[in-house]
Design a protein around this ligand. Structure first.
Ligand code: FEO
Length: 404
């Protein structure tokens, strides 16, 4: 049965949520599920903005048919061609053969790549600033390449001041009846997943997100309609400010996150001693993560959130311990920069993880590696305990310097 929600009298949410999905993009755990938002504008002409993942396909088709109330579908705006929004596009185009596709040139090429369909006779290729009038509504198309794929655009409804923002401003998490961000406890219950979504999906493309934010700043936005998660109609500036920070790789909190890769617990012991020393020195909200047990997508999000990072790793096969190596390479892939870093290494006969972590971090931009790497030979002894105390001093001093 259909489940259609109104955003304004003309604009309907007709997507669906998948609570059975375990891994988004077959990589990221989503214990709270995911929503695939599609929007229908009922004007003199009807306009579908994006489709949905096939996982929610049957509900989406039913919603679309119900919402159209027997009217034809005139336009399908494709803001993003990734299959989580387009795996149902082929069926929509077959069901509504007179609907015209509105998309960037790159998106139109991708339709041919994903589907055995030639849409050349029924497509309107749009570029920056092009408009489409459908009666009361006029839509302006704003290109947003690499937020998160090259074909991406966002669509601004100049009539009701709605930005259909594609992946931007999305979040993991199924919608639970409340479709607006002001109807849920977004900061406490959704922000960690919004951060994890942003940093892992578009974190690499901070410069491109900055370009989009500059374009968006010129628009009067009353509704922000992303392809995933709640819709914004209040306090939009608060969420935009988060995007401002994340896309400039500016930490949200001045504190220390310690990431440890420990085989038998000795490296973890060093990490715990460091955390306790930091707490004794007045550092608040210290976090300690075991990289073997916390999913790397959460580790990436925490590294984006915190100003100071400590990597504590065992040496393994003469290299960085595998889960830590994977995490550090993931941080590099996502373009993290501008962090202050401390290091702890361990090795029973040849500790090399500290040197190798420093080399890897040295290939990332604006990373400051603090003096005083602590080197363990199997376990913490008094000399290393003092080294950890000294590292805590250096971290605390660096935090106070930044706060001053
Ligand atoms: Fe939600 Fe880039 O797709």
């Amino acid at each position: 049965m259909y489940c259609v929600r109104s955003i304004t009298p003309d604009i309907l949410l007709i997507g669906g949520s998948d609570r059975r999905l375990s891994l988004f993009e077959n990589v990221f755990p989503v214990p709270r599920g995911a929503s695939y938002n599609a929007y229908l504008v009922l004007d003199e002409k009807t306009v579908l903005l994006d489709t949905a993942d096939s996982a929610v396909g049957s509900h989406f088709y039913e919603n679309l048919e119900h919402a159209l109330q027997g009217r034809p579908l005139d336009y399908v705006v494709v803001n993003h061609m990734e299959p989580d929004h387009c795996s149902t596009l082929g069926a929509v185009l077959r069901t509504y053969p007179n609907a015209q596709v509105v998309a960037s040139a790159k998106a139109i090429a991708m339709i041919g790549q994903f589907f055995d369909a030639d849409v050349s006779s029924r497509c309107m290729t749009v570029k920056e600033g092009d408009t489409l009038s459908t009666g009361r509504h006029t839509f302006t198309f704003v290109m947003a390449p690499m937020v998160h794929w090259p074909e991406v655009m966002v669509t601004y409804d100049t009539t009701e001041k709605v930005l259909f923002s594609a992946d931007a401003f999305g979040t993991f998490g199924a919608l639970n009846g409340n479709i607006f961000a002001d109807e849920v406890n977004f900061e406490t219950e959704w922000l960690p997943d919004a951060r994890r979504y942003y940093t892992n999906i578009v974190g690499k493309y901070g410069a491109q997100v900055q370009t989009l934010l500059k374009k968006a700043a010129a628009l009067d936005i009353r509704y922000l309609c992303p392809l995933h998660g709640p819709i914004w109609r209040e306090n939009i500036g608060w969420f935009v400010e988060k995007y401002q920070r994340w896309s400039t790789y500016t930490p949200e909190e001045k504190t220390v996150a310690i990431f440890c890769g420990s085989i038998y617990g000795n490296t973890e012991n060093a990490a715990e001693i460091l955390a306790a020393c930091l707490a004794d020195k007045g550092v608040r909200d210290v976090r300690l993560y075991d990289v073997s047990h916390t999913h790397v997508s959460e580790l990436v999000a925490e590294a984006f959130r915190c100003s100071h990072l400590v990597f504590a790793s065992a040496t393994y096969n003469g290299e960085i311990y595998t889960p830590m190596d994977n995490f550090l390479r993931d941080l590099k892939s996502h373009g993290l920069r501008n962090r202050t870093v401390g290091l702890i290494e361990n090795g029973t006969w040849a500790a090399v993880s500290g040197k190798q972590m420093a080399e890897l971090l040295g290939t990332m931009k604006d990373m400051t590696i603090l003096e005083g790497t602590v080197s363990l030979k199997s376990s913490v002894k008094e000399a290393q305990r003092q080294g950890l105390e000294a590292l805590a001093d250096v971290l605390a001093a660096s935090l106070s310097k930044e706060e001053a």
